[in-house]
Design a protein around this ligand. Structure first.
Ligand code: ADP
Ligand code: MG
Length: 385
């Protein structure tokens, strides 16, 4: 669906609720792909994601007193939650409404329970494939927090918006995530990856050279285990830090973690992120592929979050001519990210699909992504992506 059709469908969805004639505000938040640096953000480490040209759009207008009501163009069901934030997010059905309730609660906790009382009607449409590791959930919550914060008269800077969106996501899912996805969605810059220091929250743009393409393909494996395993892995890294007498593994050196595979992954991955960013900065393309493959091997062997399908997809990308590839996101399914020469990107995608096969389940997708600007208001939704 192009921008005009999407915005038109969103207007029609609001009009169907009798809200179409009211003034509307539009917000957009992109998904992201993490080039390198997984399971490092919650240990105050380094990550290198980029905001991608797939995004969540939210249109908002005045609604029924005391209620926040929401529809999604992609998922069924009408969400209807109390505008004072009193609904427990994890009890809301349909389940995607938990993100709405989480965002309502985060905003009302900051501005007071009366601020959204006039009521809000909103509609969501996202081109980020859900459940793939491209952070459709954060694109959704960042767009919702931006929309609801403005409705509630709350002025947030980018870091505060990211923290609020993370809080909303944790309220919705119970999964104690890191801040990478939200920061990336907010700080995205066209043609750049973002080197994020998850301790200082400093964000440094790193240009992606024009002769490189970033490719993504879904393994066909849903990430059903991701939530529980994520919490276990996070606890394991926190235990490892505690045993070393430090707050987070950010402060551990390689010699201190050689006997603990979970900690070893975090420490070695931090070093790979910095090396990858340096290689991009200095045009050292030869270094990129080996770093991606080493990251995948570490996630597979040390951190134990890969699957045979993700391993096979990494192999398929490499045999198709990518410089390197790795699982991206928390693991246990979802997508693989690859870097390939821009000149052969289409051939690499075609050959990868041929080598791996078309997944029988999950979103079927192999595509190139480009780096885009960060989340914010949209004045021309018909022209937006
Ligand atoms: P990921 O963030 O990797 O895409 P998650 O499991 O964290 O995967 O988030 C997916 C969830 O986000 C969906 O199950 C749904 O609740 C919500 N979501 C994503 N896209 C949409 C959408 N277009 N409309 C409504 N909810 C969505
Ligand atoms: Mg998510």
């Amino acid at each position: 669906m192009d921008g005009t059709a999407r915005a038109g469908a969103m207007r029609a969805a609001l009009a169907a609720d009798g809200s179409g004639a009211r003034p509307m505000r539009w917000w957009r938040a992109p998904g992201r792909v993490n080039l390198i640096g997984d399971h490092t953000d919650y240990a105050e480490g380094f990550v290198l994601p980029m905001a991608i040209d797939r995004d969540c759009l939210v249109a908002v207008c005045a609604g029924t007193a005391g209620r926040v009501r929401a529809r999604s163009l992609e998922l069924p069901g009408a969400v209807d939650v109390a505008a004072d934030g009193s609904d427990e997010p994890r009890r809301i059905e349909p389940s995607w409404g938990r993100f709405v309730a989480g965002a309502v609660r985060v905003v009302t906790d900051r501005v007071g329970h009366a601020e959204l009382a006039a009521g809000i009607e909103l509609v969501v449409s996202s081109t980020v494939p859900a459940g793939s590791g491209l952070s459709s959930s954060s694109a959704l919550t960042v767009a919702l927090v931006l929309a609801l914060a403005e409705s509630g008269g709350l002025v947030l800077d980018a870091t505060d918006t990211a923290r609020s969106a993370l809080d909303a996501e944790v309220l919705a899912t119970g999964v104690p995530g890191g801040l990478m996805d939200q920061l990336c969605s907010l700080h995205g810059i066209a043609d750049h990856a973002l080197l994020i220091d998850c301790r200082s929250l400093e964000v440094a743009p790193i240009r992606i050279p024009d002769d490189l393409a970033v490719l993504v393909m879904h393994s066909g494996v849903p990430r059903t285990l991701a939530g529980s395993a994520y919490a276990e892995r996070r606890a394991a890294t926190e235990d490892a830090a505690a045993q070393l007498g430090i707050t987070t593994l950010r402060d551990a050196g390689p010699d201190q973690v050689c006997d603990n595979p979970f900690a070893r992954h975090v420490v070695s991955e931090n070093a790979r992120v910095l090396a990858f960013a340096d290689a991009l900065r200095t045009g050292n393309h030869d270094a990129l592929g080996p770093l991606l493959l080493a990251s995948h091997a570490s996630l597979r062997d040390d951190f134990a979050v890969s699957t045979p399908e993700l391993d096979a997809l990494v192999e398929a990308f490499v045999s198709a001519g990518a410089l390197g590839a790795r699982l991206t996101g928390a693991g246990f399914g979802g997508c693989v990210v690859a870097v390939a020469p821009a000149a052969t990107a289409d051939e690499v995608l075609t050959a990868t699909v041929a080598a791996y096969g078309i997944p029988s389940s999950g979103p079927v997708a192999a595509f190139r992504v480009t780096a885009v600007g960060g989340a914010g208001p949209v004045s021309d939704p018909d022209g937006s992506r």
